[in-house]
Design a protein around this ligand. Structure first.
Ligand SMILES: Nc1ncnc2c1ncn2[C@@H]1O[C@H](COP(=O)(O)OP(=O)(O)OP(=O)(O)O)[C@@H](O)[C@H]1O
Ligand SMILES: O=C(O)C1=C[C@@H](O)[C@@H](O)[C@H](O)C1
Ligand SMILES: [Mg+2]
Length: 183
């Protein structure tokens, strides 16, 4: 029911978390439920740069990508008063992006266990530059654990954390409602 998903006072929802956490999937669903525009930061970068993300990493390197990511984040937020934004897996960890995300909206960390990420990414890691070229599932698991350990401190800056392995729009809605009432 549309009225069930009315959230007065929240106009930007920013989803953060590891690759495969479900930011894009959940973001699209939340945007539909709240009748908010949806943007995916990775897709915005690809559109605005006219190149795929692996191509940007390969030709320009990660530092360049992180600058483009930070600039695109600020541009997308400035362009949308109301928005559900799925960020990239590394977005909060660079250029003060975590602060930008919490200051301009409510950030939600999809804190999915590594075992679940592994199951989701095993057949799709090749399209992600930082997970590509790993020899087997053990190496992928180790890379995911290391990456999460380094990133946790940035993800944890989000106002809300959904620790359920398969966070649903309804779960996030209840968290946002409680957050609104406690603010
Ligand atoms: N709640 C869920 N339960 C089970 N599978 C899910 C769930 N959410 C997403 N998935 C699956 O996990 C995979 C990754 O989802 P998605 O692309 O939404 O993640 P992401 O966080 O946007 O990843 P990336 O950081 O790579 O953009 C997809 O195959 C998707 O179908
Ligand atoms: O985890 C990461 O650092 C990344 C995740 C993707 O969403 C892309 O933003 C890019 O491949 C980098
Ligand atoms: Mg995504």
């Amino acid at each position: 029911m549309a009225s069930q998903f009315n959230l007065p006072g929240i106009s930007r929802i920013h989803l953060v978390g590891m690759p495969g956490a479900g930011k894009t999937t959940l973001g699209r669903a939340l945007a539909t439920l709240y009748s908010l525009p949806f943007r995916d930061l990775d897709e915005e970068i690809v559109q605005r740069q006219g190149r795929s993300i692996p191509e940007i990493f390969e030709t320009e390197g990660e530092d360049y990508f992180r600058q483009v990511e930070a600039d695109t984040l600020r541009a997308v937020v400035a362009e949308h008063e109301r928005l559900v934004l799925a960020t990239g897996g590394g977005t909060p960890c660079f250029h003060g992006n975590a602060e930008a995300l919490t200051q301009s909206g409510v950030a939600v960390w999809l804190d999915v266990p590594v075992e679940e990420l592994l199951a989701r990414l095993q057949h799709a890691a090749g399209t992600r530059p930082l997970l590509a070229a790993l020899p087997d599932a053990d190496a992928l698991a180790q890379r995911l654990r290391q990456t999460l350990a380094a990133r946790e401190q940035f993800y944890a800056k989000a106002q809300l954390r959904c620790a359920h392995p398969a966070c649903t729009p309804e779960t996030v809605h209840h968290m946002l409602t409680r957050f609104l009432h406690s603010a």
